[in-house]
Write a protein that binds this ligand. Structure first.
Ligand code: ZN
Length: 113
């Protein structure tokens, strides 16, 4: 399950930030997850609870913000919404799309104490 290693890297970021910003507890983590990132949200929640046990984020709430997918259409020369990779452009039907959003996973915000 790759969600386990993703949660481990989230925890690493939290620990680094805790040292840098001088906080000792994390209460809430807002995670942005792109709809095309391949991350399973339910698995992510489960792994997060397991990984943060007995750490600075023990008992922290995980808030997940799903980021919609967007691509740049070379034909239309504009940003379009897509549902998944390899979708055609909803305006012109072209497949000349470059995905620009929706594949990432990042920490958006932290509530700390
Ligand atoms: Zn187009």
């Amino acid at each position: 399950m790759h969600e386990m290693s993703l949660c481990e890297s989230v925890l690493q970021v939290l620990e680094t930030e805790a040292q840098r910003q001088q906080f000792s507890r994390v209460k809430t983590v807002w995670l942005e997850i792109g709809v095309m990132s391949g991350v399973e949200i339910e698995a992510m929640r489960f792994c997060f609870d397991v990984i943060v046990r007995n750490t600075l984020a023990d008992g922290a709430t995980l808030e997940i913000i799903e980021v919609p997918a967007e691509a740049w259409c070379l034909e239309c020369a504009q940003t379009v919404s897509i549902q998944q990779r390899y979708d055609a452009c909803p305006h012109c039907g072209s497949f000349q799309l470059q995905v620009i959003r929706g594949e990432e996973m990042r920490i958006k915000e932290l509530e700390v104490a």
